[in-house]
Design a protein around this ligand. Structure first.
Ligand code: ATP
Ligand code: MG
Length: 288
């Protein structure tokens, strides 16, 4: 008789995933090793002696919705610009899927699946919703400038376009001119054009900025939905959004990390409360 149990015993970890005791080695690896998709080490950006990002060690776990928060000017957008290679770092390293990508070109990093949305408005106002998503797919295929191609050669893309539109609940708006979309729907379209690039780690910079309640709720649910099977790192000021969807939160202040952890822990941290409120006496609620 072998030592392995004939039936499978299941133990629940804190993540509520059953552990297969018949294969202890596999699960040992899963329990003891964190699956890190992105890691920065001492990442620093100085602008003429001013340190906008100060020696940031950030770890993002695969599959998480990870929120990056902090007061205005904390360095959040600059940090994103470093990750996407829009800016070169002064010091430090960026490791993505175990590979040092610090010195890579922006396009190469994007091809790895590290993609940013809500950066510049990536949609064309006078194309229809469908045409915009199709253009994003063509960009991904490297055929965007083949304008001489006949319309019919684009038909094979249409299934994928409709799939992407359905993912962001825009299926009923396919033939609408983008310029006519309400603001929240435009953001959903931007999300679809980003999804066309098949991001593995999606960076969102203030996706609910400037939205009314209803749009905030809709976009929050959309982010949760499209985050399934991928990783999201998002800058967000709305604490209700963060508390409802973020698995982990990192707080930046003056370019440096002052707190990192789950919402309940971070929101009670006196340093964080002080950074937002200027006093440690007020609990952190819906800052901004
Ligand atoms: N290209 C630049 N040259 C000089 N200073 C810059 C540059 N870009 C950003 N900064 C400065 O770096 C600091 C961090 O800016 P950043 O935009 O990253 O902050 P943020 O956390 O995104 O703020 P917000 O919440 O307002 O979006 C600010 O003081 C900003 O003025
Ligand atoms: Mg910013």
């Amino acid at each position: 008789m072998g030592w392995r149990p004939k039936t499978h015993f299941h133990v629940l970890t804190s993540a509520q995933q059953p552990i297969d005791l018949s294969n202890p080695l596999k699960d040992f690896a899963r329990i003891t090793m964190r699956d890190t998709i992105l890691q920065t080490q001492g990442l620093t950006k100085e602008f003429k002696g001013f340190t906008a990002v100060n020696s940031v060690d950030l770890e993002v776990q695969r599959g998480h919705i990870h929120a990056l928060i902090g007061p205005n000017g904390a360095g959040k957008t600059t940090f994103f610009n470093l990750l996407t290679k829009f800016l070169p770092p002064t010091r430090g390293r960026i490791v993505y899927n175990g590979i040092d990508i610090t010195r890579e070109q922006p396009a190469q990093t994007a091809r790895r699946g590290l993609v940013r949305s809500f950066q510049i408005s990536a949609v064309f106002p006078h194309l229809t919703v469908l045409e915009n998503v199709r253009a994003a797919l063509q960009r991904n295929l490297g055929t965007s400038f083949h304008f001489w191609k006949s319309e019919s050669t684009l038909y094979p893309l249409h299934d994928r376009v409709h799939e992407l539109l359905a993912q962001v609940d825009l299926q009923d708006f396919a033939d609408e001119l983008t310029v006519n979309l309400p603001y929240g729907r435009k953001r959903a379209l931007e999300l679809a054009t980003t999804l066309a690039l098949e991001p593995e780690l999606m960076l969102l910079d203030e996706p609910t900025q400037g939205m009314g309640h209803e749009d905030v709720d809709r976009v929050t649910q959309l982010i949760k939905k499209v985050a399934v099977g991928r990783t999201v790192l998002m800058v967000e000021h709305n604490m209700n959004v963060i508390s409802s969807i973020a698995d982990r939160i990192t707080v930046l202040q003056r370019g440096a990390i002052i707190a990192d952890g789950p919402y309940d822990e971070v929101s009670k941290n006196p340093l964080v409360i002080e950074a937002y409120m200027g006093s440690a006496d007020t609990p952190l609620q819906g800052a901004h």
